[in-house]
Write a protein of this length. Structure first.
Length: 71
């Protein structure tokens, strides 16, 4: 019963979409880190940029592998 997709049939985000979200997280975090903020907020932006960069590497690698396997 849990395996059903529901009425919309909408699938989850693919690796390409997750890659774009990770790139957006890096860009937004780096833009916010340039602002004059509290130390904790600057650290949080740094963590967001680092996590986004890891997401870019991981989902980019998975995206390339998925595209290579589809041929």
């Amino acid at each position: 019963m849990h395996g059903q997709q529901g009425l919309t049939g909408r699938r989850g985000p693919g690796y390409g979409e997750r890659l774009l979200f990770s790139v957006a997280l890096v860009v937004v975090s780096l833009l916010w880190i340039t602002q004059d903020m509290a130390t904790w907020a600057t650290a949080l932006c740094g963590v967001g940029a680092a996590v986004g960069a890891l997401g870019v590497l991981y989902f980019g690698w998975r995206y390339v592998r998925a595209r290579g396997n589809s041929r």
